[in-house]
Design a protein around this ligand. Sequence first.
Ligand code: NAD
Length: 479
Amino acid sequence: MTIQNFINGEYINPVDNNWIDNYCPANGEVYGKIPDSSSKDIETAVDAAEKAFKQWSNTNIDERSAILLKIADRIESQIDLLAKAESKDNGKPVNLAKSVDIPRAASNFRFFGHAITQFASESHESIGQNAINYTLRQPLGVVGCISPWNLPLYLFTWKIAPAIATGNCVIAKPSEVTPMTAYLLGEICNKAGLPKGVLNIVHGKGSSTGQAIIEHSQIKAISFTGGTKTGAHIASVAAPKFKKLSLELGGKNPNIIFADCDYDEMLSTTVRSSFSNQGQICLCGSRIFIEERIYEKFKADFIQKVSQLKVGDPADSNSDLGALVSKEHLDKVITYIASADKEGGSILYGGEKITVSGLEDGYYLNPTIIEVESNSCKLNQEEIFGPVVTIMPFKNEDEVLKMANDTIYGLSTTLWTNDLKRTMRMTKALQSGIVWVNTWMMRDLRTPFGGVKNSGVGREGGFEALRFFTETKNVCIKY
Ligand code: NAD
């Protein structure tokens, strides 16, 4: 299967004819190739986007909205095909792709298709000065959207939908590790009537294709989701060029469990928040802190529940966990697990690679629970981004708050308690862009999404995203 770039509404090969192998994580086999695009391909894409911008930025809101809604419908009508493609490319269970990734990609277009009809600019009457100010919110022009491999179509469309809704034209690059559903999106957009050049999808490595996007002087903004180190590099290149930047980066999210919580609900949600998508969701709670007096009970119940999870062929609808995304990532996660002893941790469950019959070369790993003694160990400080969680007890609110905040990251926190006053105190004090209380990953697309500290800069979601993809211009008229 050869994946091509989607530029100016057409599928084309990369100019230099350089290609990268595309692997299937379920069996470790190469099942296709994708372009490793160069700055020449980015140049062609930017030209197409520049040409489309004049018309698209002047297309009326109803028309833009209708096209976004049609894209959403088309994604939904192809849910089986897209879910299978996502599962094959990423290793995630097909059930997860069908229930989360693909429906959410459709929701992204539908949500921003509606949101744009409600987006307004402000006006200010300067009373006593006979003047009125009105603020235009204009699209930026050509913008860059760069996304990671963990939720491929979901995060790709989370950026593209608000960018095109606001009248921008886009150069988008999916992760080179999971290019397939981004490839399929081009055709969907054509069929939905998106004018050519509004969305250009260019494939390739971060260091070549991605680098050419962030360096390009005509690209006015970069919306990036990925690792913190990459985010820092992108900022160092894009900031001196005064590009607008939205950076959604890594995390090391605490999951804080008090004894007064609704125990059964907490337990089943904690299994999900630990191991969904093989633990490869930026919002997964990887540091679990449990109030001392229920620690032993939690430990036994958690191990028992996790031991029931089935790791297997992502295409099998009985699999709870599929394969990790790549051999490199599997090796990285295993290296962390191997460091447990040195870091003062004991492996309570899992920790080893799994061989799935008929798929012997796939990247399977048992869900892993490690008991740690201190929050300062590497396992609690560095992002592992796999099916690995640590657990440790805490004595009181002050102690757990200190540990929760003692990290360079600040993306999300999950708090389990029924004490209202404690909830109010803690949600205010937690250094985190998102706090869930008695739930996890419940999303309302109107809410601001993003992290603090090394988890990023800026917010996505709702009007925040529409503001990011527009520039304000104030006009002052004296009468
Ligand atoms: P990554 O940073 O390696 O890559 C992300 C994207 O950036 C890819 O498309 C890659 O090709 C591109 N890239 C790499 N180098 C680049 C460069 N020099 N210039 C431009 N683009 C470049 O991240 P990943 O391994 O794909 O994803 C995992 C990371 O993403 C984890 O750290 C995870 O926490 C994070 N993540 C964050 C969120 C969030 O919302 N905060 C969501 C999902 C994933």
